[in-house]
Every structure is written in C-alpha cells, then in structure tokens.
Design a protein around this ligand. Structure first.
Ligand code: BG6
Length: 364
C-alpha cells in the first residue's frame, strides 16, 4: 500500500536502508570473514571446483550482473562475465561443466531468463539464482540460490531489488573468495563494508532535494550521457537505463575512456553528462574527461566521493560516502535512481508504469 509516498518507485527507493539490511541478515560470518549462503546448496569443494562464473539476466538485472562479475573477479579471482539472458538462449551457448551459472531476476518469472536456465540445465550445467520472489518459476527450477529479501517491488523500474542483487553478489564473491585465496582480514573488510551500507544509503537518500534539482535540469534535455569506467561503468549503464525507462529521455552509457573515440562529437550545451568519478586510481583520468566535456560546453553532473576535489570545474556534484572500493558501485548507483525518478516526475510521466513496459516480461 502507498502510505504518503507519491509513487511506488519512491517508496521502494526510500525502503532501501531496511531492505539492504534484510539481505545480509544472518548471512555474514564475522569470525571467519565469509558469507553463509546455505540456499546455494554448494559445498566448499564444489565451489572451489568452478573455474568460471557466467551471469545471466535481463535489463537492469543484466547490468547488475556486470557488477557481480567484477566483484567475483576482484574478490575471488575467478574469471566471470555477464550476458543478456535474452541473447544467451538463442545462440546455442557452450555449457561447461566447471562453470557456475548464476541467473539474476527480481520477479523470477522473466521468460528469457527462465529459458536460459532450461538451456543450461538441458546441457548439464549447474545453475543457481539470485531471485526476489520466493517460490517463483526460476526459484523452483534452479539447483540453489540466494533470496534477495527486498520485499514486494511494485514499480516497473527496479530499485531496492537491484541494490540487493548487488549485495548478494558481494556475498557470493566473498564466499567464493574465501574458498580460494581471499584472506580472513579482507573478508572481514568486506563484511564491515556491507554492514555499513544500509546507513550510507540513508545518508544518500537524505540528499534527495539537491539531486531532484539536478534531475529537473536534465529533464529539459532530449538526450544524456552517463559515463564511468571499470567499477563505475555498470553504474553508468544502469543509470542510463533507469533514465530511459521512466523519463523517456534518451540516455547512453559510455566508458569514460571511450569518450574521445566518438561520443565527444555529440557534446554541446544541449547534451548533459552524468559522470561517475569515484575516489580511486582512475580519478585523475576521470577528471580530465570531465574537463573535456566542459570545454565543449556540455552540462556536467558528477557523482563522486568526499576526497575528490572538483572545485576547479565549477560544477555541482553529488557526493556519496565511501565504501570499500569493491562495494562503491552499490552506493554510487543510488543517486542515479533519484535522478531518473525526479526527471520523470518533472515531466509528469506515469512513473510506476512506464509506457510499453511490464514489470516482468513473461512472453518471448
Ligand atoms: C524488464 C523490466 O522488462 O525486466 C526491467 O522492465 C527489469 O525493469 C527486467 O530489470 C528484468 O526483470 P526481472 O524480474 O527478471 O529482474
């Protein structure tokens, strides 16, 4: 039920401090610096035997899968990649016995993702799922999984379920990392990071007023760029997706490093760019790219960290608290949800039910 919130999307964004708490509850093992994910039904020896992880999902779930792949490579040093489930099922994929297949779906009913599960199973692959809806089709068909515990999500544009998907990937990466070479100390570092996230999300949500102002400026445009690199790139992709979904403004995500290889030609006063600029070893390069956008008179909004000095750029930025570097994308994504919501609100759209879209696409 909507109680005082104007839209489900806003209600669900504001629920994130609580829902993010729910996904980690009882699953963090502080003593051994690992995660307890019994629902996976995978013993340590089996987990250790996978040489690769393939992540499959559609739409935003696919983008969060890219983030998941990065977390798995960083924390577990296991090669991982994400692919759109909608393509995977049509391309006669090679299914390898030593690959762990991970499907991601809020609803657990997305037809393309469910078919991908069947394709993996038909060829003898092992598949687990990150799913929100308990007892859904996908949840019933897989060999095991992690329930997201985000609570019911009504708005078509996913917010709290996505955050929990990212949290669940971090726990999966932690668990697989700890059966490989991730140290107890590093495991504990990630646990502390995860525990801090709910309160940090609350802090970001507290900036809604300022973010809404920036969003209203973007709402006046036909098109926008979202740029980020490495950990920031899945954030940019998801940010662009959300803006398209609810505000109908064309948005494209680019790796910041690719800007000079074509998109720079499109930058002018009418093309705003949202730049993900975390405090990491690429900050200087990201700032240099921001300067290039500004030199071409492109309006710029940065989503950044407290330690990053952008004062010389004369722009307004959204500053989010730092997490552990591997977990930073979870927090950097939150402002992009608010930007999309407030742009759509300014344009008077039906935010919870965007035209032509369904919450879960159960047809081919
Ligand atoms: C799309 C929705 O069709 O399905 C997206 O519009 C969503 O918002 C995607 O991310 C995947 O849905 P699910 O339920 O499989 O996560």
């Amino acid at each position: 039920e909507l109680t005082g919130h104007e839209h489900y999307m806003r209600k669900e964004m504001l629920e994130q401090p609580d829902s993010a708490e729910a996904v980690i509850r009882g699953r963090l093992d502080e003593r051994f610096g690992t995660a307890r994910l019994d629902g996976l039904n995978l013993a340590p020896r089996e987990l250790r035997g996978f040489r690769r992880v393939k992540i499959l999902g559609c739409g935003s779930a696919y983008y969060v899968g890219q983030l998941g792949a990065q977390l798995l490579e960083e924390l577990a040093r296991v090669p991982a990649d994400a692919e759109a489930a909608s393509e995977f099922r049509y391309r006669n994929p090679v299914i390898e016995p030593d690959t762990l297949y991970v499907v991601v779906s809020q609803s657990g009913e997305t037809a393309d993702t469910a078919f991908a599960v069947q394709e993996v199973k038909r060829k003898g692959g092992q598949v687990v799922a990150l799913v929100n809806v308990v007892g859904s089709t996908i949840a019933r068909e897989v060999d095991g999984g992690i329930y997201l515990h985000a609570g019911p999500e009504i708005a078509v544009a996913s917010t709290k379920a996505l955050t929990n998907m990212a949290m669940a990937f971090a726990m999966l990466a932690l668990l697989i990392g700890r059966v490989h070479d991730l140290s107890v100390a590093d495991g504990k570092r990630i646990i502390d990071g995860l525990k801090a996230i709910p309160a940090q999300i609350r802090e970001i949500l507290g900036q809604e007023g300022e973010i809404a102002e920036l969003a209203r400026e973007i709402a006046g445009s036909q098109s926008a760029f979202y740029i980020g690199r490495v950990r920031g790139f899945p954030v940019a992709r998801e940010g662009a997706q959300k803006l398209k979904e609810v505000s109908y403004i064309h948005a494209e995500a680019y790796q910041t490093s690719e800007l000079k290889h074509a998109p720079l030609a499109l930058i002018d006063e009418s093309m705003p760019t949202v730049a993900i600029i975390p405090d990491d070893d690429l900050t200087d390069r990201n700032v240099a790219a921001a300067e290039q956008v500004l030199a071409r008179k492109g309006p710029l909004v940065a989503i950044t960290h407290p330690g990053v000095d952008l004062s010389h750029l004369g722009i307004r930025s959204i500053v989010v608290p730092r997490s552990e570097p591997e977990l930073d994308p979870i927090l950097l994504t939150i402002p992009t949800q608010l930007i999309a919501y407030h742009a759509a609100l300014a344009l008077g759209h039906d935010i919870d039910k965007p035209r032509n879209l369904a919450k879960s696409v159960t047809v081919e």
